[in-house]
Design a protein around this ligand. Structure first.
Ligand SMILES: [Zn+2]
Length: 394
């Protein structure tokens, strides 16, 4: 499971912003390590007394990235879809355990920092040259004073316990026993995993979009992933932007605003193909270049429905995805005709089928197997009525 979905509520704003930032800034496919998160904390928690640490260990900067690998490489864990090293995953879980066991929930930026250097072998400890037992003890003391604002009587042994318990990804998460019982219910697990996977897929694609190097690459991603135009993406972006503003992370704010502007322009642009003089009421499918496509997503536990249709002639397609008993996804999809028509043009059928297959491919690459129906061509499905808000509506 994605640590970002599992532990989102266990971290405070700054710690979360640092983890999100480290995942978003890491090159595609490169595992986020303890040093990446430590450097991100320096940005989002810039007001903290970092100088106390620099005086003793020398100031860290971005040039250290990649020079000090974490001892344990990536082993399948992720944050927001981006891989993290096993060492970093353990430090993240240890921070949750440390905060939980010390009545300090949600885990603060300071508690997270403490766990990132919780062992002398992590990339963050090594970049600070705090690898000897003596230097590491000094570092732990300074991090407690400067970043946590309090100290444990025997931090080394407290950390060791947390790290031992955090070593097993499937191990205890420090949650309350009622929550744990509830989470063990197979129905609940299926639902949570399913939702987390869908969210993870979306966040993964959003991260790709945010990191895209050129407008052409961004545009291509938007064409391949119409879900990026959905409401959920707006909510995630608005939340990230608010976090970045609160942290006074100026470059982050600028970058997120730029990307949101690009997304808005793209939506406006796809909406603008509507010529001003087009009659409101028309029958029959538009000429191929005149469609004005709009998107809508309806989500419920274990169910997601995506519809794309032309706002002028109402030709389009709809995909219903349901979580099946066996953990697979069942996909039903429909290509429906324009108002007042029985036939659907060949171009639209080919486009709809190709787009649907492409989005199933994305799910399958995320490790979700999809059982698809043969497409139902020429039928307006009942579930289309649930789509009441298409984005791109003018
Ligand atoms: Zn049309």
């Amino acid at each position: 499971m994605d640590l970002g979905s599992q532990f989102r509520s266990a971290f405070g704003g700054r710690a979360l912003a640092a983890l999100d930032r480290a995942a978003a800034l890491s090159a595609p496919g490169r595992a986020v390590d303890t040093l990446d998160v430590f450097l991100a904390l320096m940005v989002v928690d810039a007001a903290a007394a970092w100088n106390r640490i620099w005086l003793e260990f020398g100031e860290l900067n971005a040039s250290a990235v990649g020079r000090y690998p974490d001892p344990r490489p990536e082993a399948g864990e992720r944050w927001n879809g981006q891989p993290v090293t096993a060492t970093c995953g353990q430090a993240i879980r240890a921070a949750v355990l440390l905060a939980d066991g010390s009545d300090l929930m949600p885990a603060s930026a300071g508690v997270l920092a403490l766990c990132l250097v919780g062992e002398p072998t992590t990339a963050a400890s090594r970049a600070l040259a705090a690898t000897s037992e003596e230097a590491h003890c000094v570092l732990l003391e300074l991090v407690q004073e400067a970043l946590v604002g309090g100290s444990w009587r025997d931090i080394s042994s407290v950390l060791k316990q947390c790290f031992d318990r955090a070593a097993d990804p499937g191990g205890p998460t420090g949650e309350d026993p009622d929550v744990q019982r509830f989470m063990k219910d197979p129905d609940v697990q299926r639902f949570v995993e399913d939702m987390a996977d869908q969210m993870e897929a979306l966040v993964g694609i959003l991260n790709q979009f945010l990191r895209a190097g050129s407008p052409a690459e961004s545009g291509q991603l938007l064409e391949q992933h119409p879900e990026l135009l959905g409401l959920q993406v707006d909510k995630i972006l608005a939340k990230s932007l608010k976090d970045a503003e609160e942290m006074r992370d100026e470059p982050g704010v600028r970058w997120l605003r730029e990307r949101r502007g690009f997304l808005d322009n793209y939506r406006r642009l796809t909406g603008q193909t509507l010529p001003a003089a087009t009659p409101v009421q028309r029958y029959g499918e538009c000429p191929p270049d005149d469609h004005v496509m709009a998107h809508s997503i309806v989500e419920e536990p274990g169910y997601m429905s995506t519809a794309i249709r032309c706002e002028q002639c109402h030709v389009g397609y709809l995909v219903d995805l349901r979580a099946a008993e066996d953990g697979e996804m069942e996909a039903e999809y429909f290509v429906f005709p324009a108002d007042g028509c029985d036939a659907i043009s060949r171009e639209i059928i080919m486009w709809a089928v190709a787009t649907c297959e492409e989005s199933f491919g994305v799910l399958e690459r995320q490790g979700i197997s999809v059982r698809r129906s043969t497409p139902v061509i020429g039928w307006r499905p009942e579930s289309l009525r649930r789509h009441t808000r298409f984005i791109g509506d003018s």
